[in-house]
Design a protein around this ligand. Structure first.
Ligand SMILES: Nc1ncnc2c1ncn2[C@@H]1O[C@H](COP(=O)(O)OP(=O)(O)OP(=O)(O)O)[C@@H](O)[C@H]1O
Ligand SMILES: [Mg+2]
Length: 315
């Protein structure tokens, strides 16, 4: 969250940990994160870093319940308390529409589940305006999900998540099925909806190129920890953590000179096999011996910029 912000907090995670008992592994290790009301925060990080696990905890789903430690508060309430109240909308990475219901019926489902007081005409009006807002042409409203493209399905899922008029939308971008251009359109749509509806957004995305244009803040995850948080534009212009820097150099589209793209050597450590000390150290170009001894803290190194690396200044 922007430290200068005086807005109330939409979501606050304090030292959240997630231990999967069956595999005896720690998938999340002390996550601290805040999104202010009306703010757009984007969460990025490699596959397996724990992004969806975090989102599932916020949605109070998953096989093994809530966090193993720490606290998640959404508008000062726990996800369990909010589940009934529908105070927030959530789109999971593997969210799908019900295939045997048409688009419009799919969007009406949240009202049925939540046993809303809104009368039927009100529900229909709300869904009509949401489907218009997400840019789905009226002719598709009577289609079945399988008759729509992946991008259209995603638009309907967003409309569905917004049915209860939430002040916070949490969304995990699908990693498959949508190409980068369509993903960019969906992210732009979220940016517009956030302005129109004045809600906060927490979006997991791999699309770094577009994030700087729509998100206020970015948090970068690596191996179950947050390694950097910063205002979006600042992070993209001047990444500070060695992982974020390496990531920027390996993403096409941010830098016109594709020849300079370099893959990050090595692989993301497997869950359960995290190295001691800094989890990025084995791949880090500026790692020192001490990096493998102690996990560095996430510290504010410049106003509003948090980095989990004591050597972030070194090239
Ligand atoms: N229910 C579970 N039981 C055991 N391990 C799990 C469970 N859910 C997720 N994991 C493991 O936790 C780690 C983090 O997974 P997660 O799905 O959160 O990653 P992610 O950052 O969302 O990746 P992607 O970008 O591929 O979606 C992975 O190693 C995954 O195998
Ligand atoms: Mg995921």
């Amino acid at each position: 969250m922007d430290p200068q912000s005086t807005l109330p907090v939409a979501i606050r995670l304090t030292n959240v940990k997630k231990h999967f008992k069956d595999r005896d592994v720690e998938a999340l290790d002390g996550i601290d994160l805040e999104v202010a009301q009306g703010e757009f925060l984007s969460l990025i990080g490699p596959s397996g870093s724990g992004k969806s696990t975090l989102l599932e905890l916020m949605g109070d789903i998953g096989d093994e319940g809530g966090p193993s430690d720490g606290e998640i508060l959404i508008e000062e309430k726990t996800p369990q308390e909010l589940r009934q109240a529908r105070g927030y909308g959530i789109v999971f990475q593997d969210s799908t529409l019900f295939p045997w219901y048409r688009v419009f019926e799919n969007c009406l489902l949240p009202f049925r589940i939540a046993k809303t007081k809104l009368r039927k005409e009100g529900q229909v009006k709300r869904i009509e305006s949401l489907l218009e807002m997400v840019g789905l042409d009226r002719k598709f409203w009577s289609y079945y999900p399988k008759e729509l493209s992946g991008g259209m399905n995603q638009r309907v899922l967003i409309a569905q998540a917004l049915a209860g008029n939430p002040r916070l939308l949490v969304a995990d971008e699908p990693t498959t099925a949508l190409d980068v251009t369509i993903q960019a359109q969906i992210i732009e749509l979220l940016g517009r909806l956030r302005q129109q509806l004045g809600m906060a957004i927490l979006l997991i995305t791999h699309n770094l190129g577009i994030v700087g244009d729509v998100a206020d803040q970015v948090a970068v995850m690596y191996a179950g920890q947050i390694v950097e948080t910063a205002p979006a534009r600042e992070l993209l212009q001047r990444p500070l953590h060695p992982y974020t820097r390496a990531l920027m150099n390996s993403v096409p589209g941010l830098d016109a000179d594709a020849d300079r793209l370099t893959a990050i050597p090595g692989a993301v450590p497997r869950l359960g096999a995290f190295p001691p000390g800094c989890r990025f150290a084995p791949r880090c170009p500026i790692a020192k011996a001490e990096c493998s001894e102690k996990i560095p803290e996430l510290l504010e190194v410049e106003p509003g910029r948090f980095v989990r690396c004591p050597f972030w200044k070194n090239e």
